[in-house]
Every structure is written in C-alpha cells, then in structure tokens.
Design a protein. Structure first.
Lengths: 249, 251
C-alpha cells in the first residue's frame, strides 16, 4: 500500500546563528485513494512538509515512510518518481509540451512516446503536444505540470497549492480533474492549500498546521463541522491569517 | 633598445599626467603609482626569467608554472565569491588544462620542455584559462541561483543533480569558451597578439612569429576547453547534497 506516513518530523534551520524551528514533531498518515489536505496560514511550514516527503529537504529529526519503508532507505530518485510533486507555479521547462511530458521517463531511459496519453488524462487536446510550453495559459500549464508528474507513473502525488495562481473556473476544473485521477489511479495525495473551502471540497482528512505544529487533524467533514481546538475555530473564522504567536500553541 | 631610450620614453607618461592635471581627472597619483608598479613588476619578472632561463632546470620551470597557476587560481576564484572551495576548483581546472596541453606539446615533440618556451607559452595559456574558468564559475553560480525552482522541479521528477543542471552546465561552459573562440576568429585581423608583436619587434621574421602565434592559438583552445569543463564539473556539485538536494547557500 503506497501510504505516506510522517512520524515526529521536525526541521530546524540555522539562520544567522539563530536556530529557527520550521516544523515541530509533525505526524500524518495519508492512505491510498485518499486526499489528505493540509491547511494553515502562510509561513506555517506546509510547503516545507511536502518538500520533506519528496526528500528535496532532509528533516532534522523524525522519519517519513512510504509504503512502509523509511524513504532514507530507498534510492532518492525512486522516492521522487513514486511520489510526484506539483508546485504552486507550473515550473515547466523551456521547450515543447511533449518535451516536458517526456522529461521524467527519459531520465530512466524510457523513450516510449506516450506523452499524448498523459495529455488525455489531464483533459488537454493532443494538438498542444508540439506547442511551446511557455505559450500556454496558466491553467493549461498547470495541467501540463500535472501530466508531467503523472508521466512518471507515480503512486502518490504531493500538491503544493496547485490552483493558487488560477482563476475560480480553472480552479474548479483542476479540482475535478484531480479528484477523478485519484479515484481512477488510486493515488495517495497530500494537498497543501491555504484555501479552506478547497480543503473542504476535496479532502478526506484535513490537518491544520500553524507555526510548524499540528493543531488539529481529523476526517475532513468532522474537521469543518466540529472543530475541537480553539485555534482551529479561529482559523476557520478567518481570524488567523497572519499566524499566531508561539506562546498561543 | 638602449636604457637612455627607455628613459626618454617616460616623457609619454608625463604627457598623460599633464592631461590628467589639465582636465582635472585627478588621476595623476594613480598614473604615477601605476607606472612605478609596472616598472618594478616588469623588472622583477625580467630578473626572475633571466635567472630561470639561465639555470634552465626543469624543476625550477615547474615551480614557476605552479606559482603562475596558483596566482591565476586566486584571481579566478574571485569570480566565485563566497563559494566554499572555489580556489581549489579553479586552480585544479587551470592547472589541469595547462599541464595536459603542455604534456601533449612536449610529448609530440612540438616544443621542448625548455623554460624559454614553456614559461612564456604557459603564461599565455594560464592567463586565458583564468578568464575562462572565472566566467564559468560566475555564470554557473548566477544561473543556479536564478533557476532554483526549475532545478527543483527537475529533481522532483527524479533527476540527478547532474541531470537537473545539464542545460545550465552547458551554457556556463560555453560562456567560458566564447571569449577564446571569438579572439581566434579575429586573430590577425582585429588584433595582432602581444606575443607576435613582441617577436616582430625583437627582430623575428613575421612568418616565423605567425607560426608561434598559431601554436599558441591552438594551445589556448585546448587548455581553455579543458579548464572550463573541469570547473563546470567540479563546481556544480557544491550546490547539491549527495541525495540530490539543492542546498541553500548564501553565495
């Protein structure tokens, strides 16, 4: 089972001689076919958490498991292929859409030209294959970024605010698309968003992260209907956007 | 050229001092310091070379080359300000390029390992490598800084560090080579290189001088290529951990 499990994950950074705690003892379990949403004010460490799971960063302490194995015991390129990461910005490479889609497979010597298949998956027309990736609209680019991650045949996807640069209509379309893909491909998904409504719409479980610490973590429906923590209630009321002082936690 | 003739040529310096004073450029002091430094440095080099050529010991020649490489490395490393190990990387690159080229030339019997040949030719080769190596380092740092997110996108798709910087590495090495290639293209048309000019002034026939210049041109392209590639291949690693993580460095 391609389950993502974080256990006591902390990250401390040294900045100008001072050590700053970015994440403190974060735990989460994201199961196959489920969308695990992480919400929180900006600067709460949400994106950092995804980068740790993809092993673009190394935690100061704690362990991250994928499908039961410690990711540090797996070849790092395999971790990253199996756990795709889609960034806030599409970050497409210069070149055609097809070149972007073939990037991952080519790294592993796979030259089968299946790019069209992945365009179909994300609902883009095949005519776009030869188009310059930079010439696409924001919504199309984000779909190409998603297709590029899917071309690696991942078992899990990490989504870092994938719709934050999109208009409401493109956002809704991308949400529906991802929901469909999670079902059809049985993906494990961790979806970071600052948008509570989005978390409510797409999530199976939801975590609130504030100042690098887990405030509350429950099935999404319960989380939004009966929040237990004072901080969660304040966040949901929109009174926590600027973050809180450390002593409130 | 006689010593008195040389002294008379100092009038030219006086002209530039007068211009500076007249135009209020306030460069008189710098011109004088520059002139004095040039005289002292050149005299010192003249004496050292005279000695080295006279002794003609291969070990001394080797030491001279090493000193030149170290000085060049120190200068080129300035282009990688703040990057740990920059000096080691560029020095290895300049030294590697220089020695490979000299070994080939000596091995093929094109030149003899004689200080009168190896030192002046080495000097030119090292000077060009220094510029090339510095440019590669500078470009590499700037591009990695600027394209952080793109590099991380590649890493996140399963690229190794090397694969993630492939394009950047290529353009950086190119940036280091372009000045040398450009000067090859205009050699003899736009510029008469210093060495050729010197040989002609010293009484060598232009055709003979041209032969040496060609030799130097060929050596330059090989040495600079080798140095630029070495800098690129050694330097990009400094930006990544062994687990293909792009490090946060404050360069």
């Amino acid at each position: 089972m391609p389950e993502i499990r974080c256990q006591g994950v902390s990250l401390t950074k040294l900045q100008g001689g001072l050590s700053t705690e970015i994440l403190r003892a974060v735990g989460l379990t994201a199961r196959q076919g489920e969308i695990y949403t992480v919400i929180g004010p900006s600067g709460s460490g949400k994106s950092t958490l995804l980068r740790l799971i993809n092993r673009l960063l190394e935690p100061s302490s704690g362990t991250i498991f994928f499908a039961g194995s410690d990711i540090r015991r797996m070849p790092v390129t395999e971790v990253r292929r199996k756990i795709g990461l889609v960034f806030q910005q599409p970050m497409l490479f210069p070149g055609s859409v097809e070149e972007n889609l073939c990037y991952g497979p080519r790294l592993r010597g796979d030259n089968s030209r299946e790019a069209a298949k992945y365009l179909d998956m994300v609902g883009l027309e095949r005519e776009l294959l030869q188009r310059d990736a930079a010439a696409l609209s924001g919504g199309q680019q984000q779909r190409v970024a998603l297709a590029r991650a899917l071309a690696n045949k991942p078992e899990a996807l990490l989504l870092d605010e994938p719709t934050s640069a999109l208009d409401p209509r493109a956002t809704e379309q991308l949400e529906d698309l991802i929901l469909g893909l999670v079902q059809s491909l049985r993906l494990t998904v961790v979806w970071v968003t600052h948008n509570m409504e989005q978390a409510k719409r797409v999530g199976d479980r939801t975590m609130l992260l504030v100042n690098g610490q887990v405030v509350e973590e429950r099935p999404t429906a319960d989380f939004f209907s009966w929040p237990e923590q004072e901080l969660t209630i304040r966040f949901l009321a929109g009174k926590l956007e600027s973050g809180v002082q450390g002593n409130e936690l | 050229m006689s010593f008195s003739a040389l002294l008379l040529s100092l009038t030219l310096v006086i002209i530039s001092v007068l211009i500076s004073a007249r135009q209020k450029l306030q460069l008189e002091k710098d011109i004088l310091i520059g002139t004095v430094r040039a005289v002292i440095q050149l005299l010192a080099v003249g004496f050292v070379l005279n000695y080295v050529f006279h002794i003609s010991d291969w070990r001394l020649t080797l030491i001279m080359l090493t000193v030149m490489i170290l000085a060049a490395g120190q200068n080129a490393a300035k282009r990688g300000k703040g990057m740990p190990g920059a000096f080691g990387i560029v020095t290895a690159a300049i030294g590697g390029g220089t020695f490979v080229t000299i070994i080939i030339m000596v091995g093929l019997g094109i030149i003899t390992f004689d200080p009168t040949k190896v030192i002046p030719i080495g000097g030119m080769v090292i000077g060009n490598s220094m510029i090339g190596a510095g440019l590669v380092l500078n470009r590499l740092m700037a591009e990695i800084k600027q394209k952080r997110l793109e590099i991380e996108a590649a890493l996140a798709l399963g690229a190794t560090s090397r694969q993630a910087v492939e394009g950047i590495l290529r353009s950086s090495i190119k940036a280091g080579l372009i000045p040398t290639i450009d000067s090859l293209k205009t050699l003899g048309i736009v510029q008469l290189p210093g060495m050729m000019t010197g040989l002609i002034l010293a009484g060598t026939s232009p055709l003979q001088a041209v032969r040496y210049q060609m030799l130097v041109a060929f050596m330059l392209s090989s040495t600079v290529s080798i140095s630029c590639v070495i800098v690129g291949l050694l330097a990009y690693r400094r930006f990544f951990s062994q687990h293909y993580q792009l490090l946060e460095l404050k360069y």
